[in-house]
Structure formats: C-alpha cells, structure tokens
Design a protein around this ligand. Structure first.
Ligand SMILES: *Cc1c(COP(=O)(O)O)cnc(C)c1O
Length: 397
C-alpha cells in the first residue's frame, strides 16, 4: 500500500510517484486537494478555537455555516443538525423521522428504501442499504425495510410499490438521481419528483441522502434541484468542507423541528456526539460555501460534464462496454466480461491496472466510473480515458 505524502489539485504524490485522483479521494474532494481558501480558513480557525462542547454553547463558524446552508438548500429546509460523517448524517435523519412520528402519537416506524441503495456503514444505515457481502455478517442486527425495485424505464413498478408501502411508512430514503456505491445507477428527475409526490400524498417523510450527490456532482448544487423538490430531510457530508475535513449536516423542515421542540424532555431529539460542529471543520465548510459563491464553480461543473461526455463518446457503441452513462460530472461504464464468475475479482485487478498507469480509479466490480475534482483539466481527463481504453484492450481481449 503506497504512502501518500501530498495532495495538490487533482493530484496525489505518493512515495512511488504521482497519481491522478480520478475519484476525488472517495468522492469527497470537490474543488481539488488543498484549495487555498479552504486551507487558509482551517489555519485561521485553528488559531482561534479548536473544539468546544456544542451543547449549551455555540460559535460563529457553526452559526454562519447553518445560515449559509439554509440559504442554498432546497427552499423550506430551515434547521441544521451537525454531525461528523455521512453515515451519522443519515442515522440522524432516520432518527428525526421516527421521532417525528412518535411525537405525533402515530405508530409509523417502517423505512422504505431503494434496491441497490447505500446509506452508510453503521447498523441503522446498513439496514436501509442493500444487503450483500459487505453486511452479511451483521444481518442479525439489521432491521427490515420495505424495498422498492430500482426504477427502470418509466419506473411503474417502483412507483406502484411505493404507493403501497407509503401508506403506513415513516419515511422513504433515497439517493436522488444516482445510486453511488450500488453501482452508479441513474434514474430520472421526473421519477424522483413522482416518488416525492406519492410520499406527500401519504404523509410519508421524504429523506434525500445527498451525501455523495451534494455539492455539484450531478451538475447542480444539489440533485433534488433537478426534480424541483424539497425533501423533508436532506443529508450532506462528503463535499461539505470541499472534502478537506470530516463534517456532516442534516437539514430538516420546521415541521420536523417543531415536533421535537418542547419543554417535555421526552420529545427531545436525542443525538449528541463529541465533535458535533467542530469549529475548524465548520470554518472549512464556511470557506467552501464562499468558494461556491465567489468562484465560477457552476460553470466549472458544467464544463466538466461536457468534457466527460466527449470522452465517453468514444466508448458508446464499443462492444467491450455497456451502459455508458453520465450524470453531471459523474461518468460510468460497465466493462463486458466473458466470464461472469470473474466479476468478483475484477474490481481490484482493474484498480491495480490503473494505479500502475498513475491513475486513481476504483471500479465497483466491472463498473468503471470517473468522478474527478472540478479542477481537473481536459489533458488530465485524457490520461484517465486513455487508461480506460487500455484496460478494455487488456481485460476484454
Ligand atoms: C459515502 C456515503 C455515505 C456514508 O458517508 P460516510 O462519510 O462514509 O459515513 C452515505 N450515503 C451515501 C449516498 C454515500 O455515498
């Protein structure tokens, strides 16, 4: 395992040489490694206040960030709850949903989730996620959820299943528009809007897990924007600090906040962790929002989407690939392999192949995806796609 010594823009420097970070260090780095404004903000905050209890106390970076997030989030989300990872942001969302129903005196507790979903690696989020080799050992601890078939075509089966399940469910949780860890499966904004509509009709809460999709990945700041919807709860993490430090936020509507706001302690939303709203992480995220406000990030992500599209085009109609697809800045394609039994070991082999060519890619089985930081250049992207072409030549004969 190589030791990484330095990061800059789209590149990592390891003890063995440079690597082009084509997966944004597991989808977190948005603008590039060590964006100067974010690094400066971290340094300045470290000189001011490193950490403080966030129960009964507050601080400027957390307050500024909360206001900033509410200003850019889908309209109607009014309250922010901080935590420290994507998994925790989702746990918090699920607990808010259950607390909402309990405090309303209604017995709803069932969660609905999509086939192939991934929502994190804690017990609660694994339960909402798809079952597989990654959580088989923990199956006895996982709770049962209503599972919707992944939407294909017009998504009629998914919508019908949701219509049935939503009648008495507490919440539907989705990764909007694209399911990441489950294999970069894309579905339409129209379907997302229809799912939201069904939930509304049944009073079922709608949770958008934007841990991966948030902060520009899908071509808009948040994926929900493309469907014109406001979820009841949204989960943010990975790109929140531009990927520089761990921080997460769960935003909710006034209805969910009000359901918990009471002098009666039994109605409280109970979730506290030691590093909630760490001031340095909040300062990094505040600087990230400033980058979004003051730099042409939106133009950059549109440009990156176009560059991805151009390079993907060479593989459309190439018999060695299938499901060539793109959503915003994310491109994905599946390598066709003759022996499906070979699939399980293919991911690591491809990863090693790319690594030897100076590219950090980490395919999910036979699904190769490119999710670079937004500072990546056309020439750098060419290196990535040249390597993908070489991989097809080697692994597809
Ligand atoms: C990565 C991810 C998570 C978990 O985030 P962590 O910070 O790794 O705990 C949750 N949901 C989605 C959609 C993710 O992509």
């Amino acid at each position: 395992m190589p030791r990484v010594d330095r990061g800059e823009g789209a590149w990592l420097e390891t003890e063995h040489g440079r690597l082009l970070d084509a997966i944004s260090s597991w989808w977190v780095i948005t603008h590039g490694h060590r964006h100067p404004r974010i690094i400066d903000a971290i340094k300045a905050q470290a000189d001011q206040l490193d950490q403080v209890i966030f129960a009964g106390f507050t601080h400027q970076p957390a307050e500024d960030l909360a206001r900033g997030l509410i200003a850019i989030a889908p309209p109607g989300l009014s309250h922010v709850f901080y935590s420290d990872s994507g998994s925790t942001a989702v746990e918090v969302a699920l607990k808010m949903a259950l607390g909402f129903w309990k405090n309303h005196g209604s017995p709803r507790s069932r969660v609905i989730a999509l086939e192939h979903a991934y929502h994190g690696d804690t017990v609660g989020t694994m339960s909402a996620g798809a079952r597989g080799v990654f959580n088989a050992a923990y199956e006895p601890l996982l709770y049962d959820v209503a599972r919707l078939p992944f939407p294909t075509g017009r998504g009629c089966d998914t919508l019908a299943a949701l219509e049935e399940a939503a009648k008495d469910a507490a919440a539907l949780i989705v990764e909007p528009l694209i399911l990441g860890s489950g294999g970069m499966h894309i579905y339409s904004a129209e379907l997302l809007a229809k799912m939201k509509n069904i939930c509304e009709r049944h009073g079922t809460l709608f949770i958008a897990d934007e841990v991966m999709t948030g902060f520009g990945r899908t071509g808009t700041l948040f994926a929900c924007e493309q469907a014109g919807i406001t979820p009841d709860i949204i989960c943010l993490a990975k790109g929140l600090t531009g990927g520089s430090l761990p921080l997460a936020a769960t935003l909710c509507t006034p209805q969910i906040f009000d359901a918990h706001y009471s002098t009666d302690r039994s109605r409280t939303f109970f979730h506290s962790s030691s590093f909630t709203a760490n001031p340095i992480a909040c300062a990094a995220a505040r600087a990230n929002l400033q980058v979004w406000r003051e730099e042409p990030v939106r133009e950059r992500i549109v440009g990156l989407g176009e560059m991805q599209e151009q390079r993907l085009a060479q593989f459309t109609g190439d018999a060695r690939f299938q499901n060539v697809r793109r959503l915003g800045t994310i491109a994905a394609l599946d390598l066709k392999v003759a022996d499906p039994g070979y699939l399980a070991g293919l991911g690591p082999e491809l990863t090693a192949f790319f690594h030897a060519r100076g590219i950090l890619l980490r395919p999910l089985g036979n699904t190769i995806y490119v999710m670079p930081p937004y500072c990546v250049t056309a020439a750098e992207l060419d290196l990535v796609y040249d390597a993908i072409g070489a991989a097809a030549a080697k692994f597809c004969g």
